[in-house]
Design a protein around this ligand. Sequence first.
Ligand code: M6R
Length: 586
Amino acid sequence: MCGITGYIGKKGNAIKTVMDGLVALEYRGYDSAGICYKDKDKLITIKEQGKIANLKSKLDFNVKSNLAIGHTRWATHGEPSKVNSHPHSSNKFTIVHNGIIENYMELKEELLKNGYSFKSTTDTEIAVAYIDYIYKKEKDILKTLNKVTNIFRGSYALGIICEDDLDSLYALRKTSPLIIARGKDENYIASDVPAILKYTNKYILLDDYEIAKITYQNIEIYDKDLNLINKDTLEFEGTYESSIKGGFEHFMLKEINEEPTVFENTINNYIDENFKNIPDLSKYKNIHIVACGSAYHVGLIGKHLIEKFAKIPVYVEIASEYRYKYNFYDKDTLVILVSQSGETADTLACLRLVKEKGIDTLSIVNVVGSSIARESKYVMYTKAGCEIAVATTKAYLSQLTVFAVITMYLTNKILKTEIEKIPSLLKNIINEDYKYLAEQIHNNKNIFFIGRGIDYYLCMEGSLKLKEISYINSVAYQAGELKHGTISLIDKETPVIAISTDKDLREKTISNIKEVKARGAKVIFITNEDIDGDFYDYKIIIPKLNEILQPILVIPTLQLLAYEVAKLNNCDIDKPRNLAKSVTVE
Ligand code: M6R
């Protein structure tokens, strides 16, 4: 999704700092970029469609500037184009904006009646004009910004420059994340921590309706009643190095290679000789799990494990559905929200909805201090570190780990010996060569994943991973369901990736694999037992573990297979088209 960076300082390197920040946020996905900087007493805005490199080629990095805001845009209102890119200006104001101003049409009408005209089709141009419109009446920047927070509906994080105060940078937020970072004689704004890590790891989280007035020396934060407030300065645990590729060809590959450590860090946070840092979950009689994308797939595995081993009924739903349907709660319900970013708009909306009903919430979140983490009653952090590739890998594995922990906690049994084996088993699995398998399938237009039970849920994630980074259409199916329609798509050489780790369902799954094999499918069989037979073309054997931990060993294979296919097809692996890392709009 869109990225914001901003800088105010004495060194005169505002353009470079803001551009470094935008480069660090590239992973969030974007289709155009722009910057506004102060050159002596003038503001200069330069924008370009496409990659940040296009924008960079238009900039003079020798210009000494003390103030700048930058933006990478992921189109929501209006096509990706230079005119729609940010920053947008209106008279004295220039802004960059993440999120959506939902009532922008209403505001536009009012502005048109008052003599404003517009070049772009964005809600952001309306927002900046509206700020200017209010400022003409208020004649005070803080009062103006405070007033618009009561008028703008939707979600927004704004970086703002006003020509009447070029010694300050302003920022405000509602729902979309924004941080204010501290340096020495320089301060920053950013929509995500990696943007500032090259310069500082100290930052303040801006909360909804708060406004920041930032000079090179001071950061002032005002609450919704315009009272000056004190906020804690946080320190990001990771390093700049952790947010760069470190010798790997892609962030995705680097992050898969971090999985053994991520597993250890996550498990060690909750288990030593005993369980620790876990809220009392045993008191709940029913559980809802709500999430999007891969986090939803983890939720399905969580459901399978909790129901099978702890015998607690679990209902799982995609957040964008859950928030608009009737849900059944009672006083014994726990709602678990799963999110890597902790900022996914639909998941956050569900959390708020559930809280309003007085239901207890637990979030499983990676980004420390993110909105979902802060607003939940309980939080269990996944210790995946900074995940940059759009396709989640290590964060997914860390979420699987937390659900394994929850299942062990609810059944009061620590699978200590197996846990100890996992890091080295993961290393071996990750070091296998998946390229030869990718070569068998990368030219196909349709690929199927089949499995039963927990293996089907793994198929869903394997299929999503392949789709999102290789652009090959793939579908995950419950192995027993194919014959009710989908099997008509199976043709000679159609790749079918069949997963079977659940011993109890193995015979049934193998029968289904035989059905597709009989119709000419090219079968890649992923299993945890060395089974011979003529029902597959290729076989991958994953070391066998207790079912609670088994998915942790299956997933790297699916991630690496997708990675190798995407690589063979020359896809933009870390930044797949049309996708964003953190989906902060509905
Ligand atoms: O940050 P979240 O975990 O809430 O994000 C949820 C999904 O957007 C995310 O898992 C998405 O499906 C990934 N791109 C999948 O790789």
